[in-house]
Design a protein around this ligand. Structure first.
Ligand code: HEC
Length: 184
């Protein structure tokens, strides 16, 4: 059985074949591109596991280990790496990008309509929600600046602020004896 693996280069080639074909059609005015509406596709737990958790691990890594020392895995193509630190955009750049992913994730935390895994709506109407989100945003910006400076002492400070931002919100809405009581 062959699996069809679509790599980025393959996608770029496919795209370049597709684009001229698109623009070649003359006559009728080009159709207006559909504007996709903002949509929620995951519950809060999934968003945390998919975006915030992996990105924060990359940031936390840079406290104790120098990202510049991370080596490509021998025999592995860095463009296919599953560890951002050992990827084409690895080392300190991976830390910068993870910090930016965290900062951008705050926008996702502000999209209305998301529920928690137990079906309870994300408590966005509670005035503490935007405060915790802002704390995360500030910590993300700080981690980005620390990564840009390639200074591990600054990474330690930024990581402290980051884990405090995660923990503050978790204490209020996640750490409940019963799953059903989360987000209330
Ligand atoms: C604004 C609030 C808020 C912030 C900030 C926040 N979280 Fe969360 N997080 C939650 C809530 C609430 C849950 C539980 C969601 C659910 O049950 O659907 C959660 C769940 C999680 C989970 C899933 C845990 C499990 O039991 O599977 C992980 C992992 C996680 N968060 C990581 C993080 C990290 C890392 C950060 C900081 C970089 C962070 N979160 C910042 C509110 C927040």
């Amino acid at each position: 059985m062959h699996r069809i693996v679509i790599t980025l280069p393959a996608m770029l080639v496919a795209l370049s074949l597709y684009l001229p074909a698109q623009t070649a059609s003359k006559g009728a005015p080009p159709p207006k591109p559909a504007t996709p509406a903002i949509q929620v596709q995951s519950n809060l737990n999934q968003l945390m596991r998919g975006v915030l958790y992996p990105a924060s691990n990359v940031v936390f890594f840079a406290q104790s280990d120098n990202p510049a020392d991370v080596k490509y895995v021998p025999g592995q193509d860095p463009s296919m790496a599953t560890d951002p630190l050992a990827s084409t955009f690895g080392g300190w750049q991976a830390v910068e990008n993870a910090a930016l992913a965290l900062t951008e994730s705050t926008n996702l935390l502000l999209i209305p309509g998301r529920t928690c895994a137990n079906g309870v709506p994300v408590p966005m109407d509670n005035p503490d929600w935007p405060k915790f989100v802002q704390d995360l945003r500030n910590a993300g910006v700080r981690a980005y600046q620390a990564a840009q400076s390639k200074n591990q002492d600054k990474m330690v400070e930024a990581s402290d602020a980051l884990s405090a931002a995660c923990a503050g919100c978790h204490r209020k809405w996640r750490e409940k004896p019963r799953l059903a009581d989360r987000c209330k």
